[in-house]
Design a protein around this ligand. Sequence first.
Ligand code: SDX
Length: 431
Amino acid sequence: MSKNTVTITDNRTGKSIECPIKDGVHGPSVIDSRNLYKELELFTFDPAFVTTASCESKITFIDGEKGILLYRGYPIEQLAKNSSYLEVCYLLLYGELPTEDQMKNFRGSICQHTLLHEGLSNFYKGFQHDAHPMAMLVGVVGALSGYYPDAMDIKNPEHRNMSAIRLIAKLPTIATRIHKYLIGQPYVYPRNSLDYVSNFMYMMFSRPTMDYEFNEKANRALEIMLILHADHEQNASTSTVRLAGSSQAHPFSCVAGGIATLWGPAHGGANEAVIRMLHNIGHSRNIPKYIDRFKDKNDPTRLMGFGHRVYKNYDPRATIIRESCHGLLKDLDMSQMPLFETAMELERIALEDDYFIERKLYPNVDFYSGIILSALNIPLNMFTVMFSVARTVGWVSQWMEMMNEPDLKIGRPRQLYLGNSRRDYIPMDKR
Ligand code: SDX
């Protein structure tokens, strides 16, 4: 019996199968159970895929116990300190940090694709002015697939790369136009002389009636936030993009599916939910009664921004973004921001409470990202749009990695059927 296997025996029949154990570079090894059904006519059962590895990947590694996050092997702390979002995009897409020439060419490619087809503006006009920005983002990005039929040749690596470039380049333009549409201001076209983040802030906040003043410290805080949110292994929205992509669907529609998934408050919608929670709490003196609600099994209210499926220790991104948050509020003379003070007190109290300690519930990246976005004057309902802009590179990198697999198969999970056994149709007059 080889040692690098797991033997699964069905004690009802005495039949056994030896499943190979596959080791990764970091993290848990996996049981390759692909022959389980063929040999034992059994499925594995793992609702919400809590302990299921859905794929092999070389892009991002997370260690939930040690609070480690690596993009292509580089620690998130070093990238947040030294890199730019566009350089991180290159790293996630192509696997290595770019040389100066490579970065210049990459930035040039992105700049060529920041504009939107003018016809796309018609999709905005169909939305009411109180539509949620994420509803608009899902619609417009999905509609984008109608403008690039050539991207359907997804077996062509050059087409796949072009789709990735187009999405990374256009998301800021699409996102800022959503904001301008909802507040009734004229769209601001991208200026390719600006870096990625400055261009975003320019399109988001400038007006034809006045010069726009850039704030380097605000730009850097946003850059760090985008870097921290760029990719995160096989989270719910990335898994959606992969599953949609496995059917060989148009990449823009796959990303629209990822955006739809990210919108949920249990996932990317948490940054917006954190701020709404802090507003509802209102003042630190109200925290204890909210803590009781978060712990009450009969109350669906959860402490938003706390807990994580993988991080059972501090989310390394939360540590970085907490420091960035402190710095930005100090730079903007907003350290006494009531929202921030309430957040700090809520974090302190929760981290001392046995309920959260026993369940290993710590602040995640969303606990602080909303405060930074509030300080940058990003409207609350645009927070998950910001997360989508950042995560687009993660979605398209994971999609490209999957599409490059020589033996790509369509994803098709099975089930444990608990419905009615076979029965015959009953005519209406006999029911
Ligand atoms: C993101 O996957 C990713 O990588 C996601 C992400 C990314 O970058 O893509 O990191 C981004 O989505 C971060 C998470 C943002 N969501 C929130 O902040 C929403 C609040 N958090 C919870 O909804 C929850 O913690 C999840 C969804 C994040 C994780 O849930 P799990 O791992 O499925 O844990 P669980 O629901 O099984 O809860 C385990 C226990 C339960 O109590 P018991 O039944 O054991 O008594 O912990 C409790 C839960 O009730 N619990 C919470 C809680 N989170 C879990 N109780 C109160 N408040 C919370 N936030």
